[in-house]
Every structure is written in C-alpha cells, then in structure tokens.
Design a protein around this ligand. Structure first.
Ligand SMILES: [Zn+2]
Ligand SMILES: [Zn+2]
Length: 163
C-alpha cells in the first residue's frame, strides 16, 4: 500500500543508565569459581518485585567489540556504590581500545566482572564516576526477570575495533 510517511528517524542516543528513582537495591555478585566477590547498590532496582510500583532498571546488552564477545549484560552504578569484598588478588585487568577504561576479569575462571568507566565518565561525559557491572555475575541470577535493551552506539565509537 502506498504511503507518504517519512522513513523513521534514527532513534536518539539514550543515556546508557537511567536516573535513580528513589528506590535502591543491593546485590551480591561473584565470578564462576567464586574467587572474586563484589556487591553493588543501584537505583532503580533490577527486578520488578523490588520496585514498589515504580519503574525497573533497564539493563543493556552492549554491542561494543568487548561486550559482544563476552556476552555481557550491563548496568552502570556509581563507583562509590560498588564494594570489592573478596579476592581482589584474583582480579585481572584487560586494557583495550583507548586503554583508559580497564575491564576486570577473574584470573582463575576467566569471567568478565566489570569495567571501570572513571576515565570516560569524568572526561567525556562530565558526570559522576561509574562502572560497568556484568549482570551475568549476579549471585542469584535469573536473566528472565531482567529488563534488557540492545545498545549499538558504542559499536561506532572510535577507535575502530581491529586485531
Ligand atoms: Zn573466578
Ligand atoms: Zn560494551
């Protein structure tokens, strides 16, 4: 059927993280072997039964070159709301691309745990310092209860991924 509708405009780049909505929740996380343990406090909560009727956090399936290979599901709490509670000596650091936002993994089992976005949030986004946390490390993980959206814009941020 003929139509004179304009093609859809490209979607605006949404903030990778929602604004806090006053309802906070805390979560424990650990790698597959349990050597590295950490916790975070975040708002809105990740699960609907914790939101007290308000909105649920929308996590991101990030399509940057690193997250695509790791299969990471990401949220971005403030750095001050993350505690590394056990096994820091087992935490390794991987630097890629700009080499300014270290990715952390477990040196024993290889799980991708988190990325420190301090350089990015301080110098590029000019906001509060944040980390990427990989929700696949949640202690009581039930991926079916997460709200997730796809995020592609990181894929196009330079430098272009090449190995
Ligand atoms: Zn481990
Ligand atoms: Zn990513």
């Amino acid at each position: 059927m003929a139509t004179d509708q304009q093609p859809a405009a490209p979607p605006a780049i949404e903030s990778p993280w929602p604004a806090p909505n006053g309802i906070w929740a805390s979560y424990d996380l650990h790698c597959h072997c349990g050597s590295v343990r950490y916790s975070m406090k975040i708002s809105p909560p990740l699960f609907e039964d914790q939101t007290e009727g308000k909105e649920q956090y929308t996590a991101i399936e990030c399509h940057c070159s690193h997250c695509e290979r790791q299969g990471a599901l990401c949220v971005h709490p403030l750095v001050e709301n993350i505690q590394w509670t056990q096994g820091l000596e087992h935490r390794g650091t991987y630097l890629c691309a700009s080499k300014k936002n270290p990715h952390f993994y477990c040196k024993n089992c290889g799980c991708f745990l988190a990325s420190d976005l301090t350089w990015l949030t301080e110098n590029v986004m000019k906001g509060e310092n944040r980390m990427t946390i990989n929700l696949r490390m949640l202690k009581d993980v039930d991926l079916s209860k997460l709200k997730i959206r796809q995020q592609y814009f990181m894929k196009n941020i330079p430098p272009k991924y090449e190995v």
